[in-house]
Design a protein around this ligand. Structure first.
Ligand SMILES: [Zn+2]
Length: 102
């Protein structure tokens, strides 16, 4: 059986070790604002449909939402949850940024 390792630091995580599953989900946010389209609307729609046609289902799905999961050791999980992008800024509560989603 393949040994389980922390996705971040690579430390081995033998059976019985405290480990964390980090689930990441990103999705396209919609703020309710539609840019006014200048030009022939029918042409615009046709262009949009052609663009969508050119994308396979997976690519299209990835444009809208993505989900991933990682196994982390406790120190890596703590570090991520406190400052995921290592910006030195305090973490933001999800309710504070999802105000644009209806
Ligand atoms: Zn780790």
């Amino acid at each position: 059986m393949q040994k389980l390792r922390c996705h971040c630091c690579g430390k081995e995580l033998p059976a019985g070790t405290l480990k964390y599953v980090l689930e990441l989900k990103s999705f396209a946010d919609f703020d309710g604002y539609l840019e006014e389209y200048e030009g022939n609307i029918e042409e615009g729609i046709n262009y949009l449909l052609e663009t969508i046609d050119g994308l396979d289902e997976k690519s299209l799905e990835a444009e809208v939402s993505r989900e991933m999961a990682y196994i982390l050791c406790k120190p890596c999980c703590d570090r991520f949850m406190n400052d995921p992008f290592q910006t030195g800024k305090p973490p933001v509560r999800s309710d504070d940024v999802k105000g644009t989603v209806h």
